[in-house]
Design a binder for this molecule. Structure first.
Ligand code: THU
Length: 144
């Protein structure tokens, strides 16, 4: 796939990052199966744990507008190397995206990027099919 447009949109989205604490800007651009692009940036908070990463901003924007089918996400950070999504963002992507086919594009610029799949980035992920109740799954000593 040609990621040039998606990468350019992620780099552009980085300009809106709200980063008074880390001064580390991140931009993301998420491509839907229908061909739309949702961008995101990181939005920090004085209560640090309330910070939202660029990837999650893009996913939540898309989902809040009715999109749930995604093809790829580009991530671009202020560092000089490929920026890997944090663990929480990997888990959020795993909620909506196919572990084997969804493309996570770690981009330094339009010509320099790496592509990974979620099963490589989040092996052994906790997925919806793991959320099943039943006695056979109860840990020893926890049965009621
Ligand atoms: N950040 C992201 O936006 N995405 C990531 O995957 C890694 C971290 C942000 C969060 C915070 O605003 C800053 O980078 C430093 O951790």
């Amino acid at each position: 796939m040609d990621y040039q447009v998606l990468i350019a949109r992620a780099i552009e989205a980085k300009q809106s990052a709200y980063v008074p604490y880390s001064h580390f800007r991140v931009g993301a651009a998420l491509l839907t199966k229908s061909g739309k692009i949702y961008t995101g940036c990181n939005v920090e908070n004085v209560s640090f744990s309330a910070t939202n990463c660029a990837e999650r901003t893009a996913v939540y924007k898309a989902v809040s507008e009715g999109e749930r089918d995604f093809v790829a996400i580009v991530v671009n950070g202020d560092n000089n190397d490929y920026l890997p999504p944090c663990g929480i963002c990997r888990q959020v992507l795993a909620e909506f995206c196919d572990m084997e086919t969804f493309q996570v594009v770690l981009a330094n610029n339009e010509k320099d990027y790496q592509v990974a799949t979620l099963d490589k980035l989040l092996p052994g992920a906790f997925l919806t099919e793991n959320l099943k109740s039943g006695d056979s799954h109860s840990p020893p000593g926890k049965e009621r």
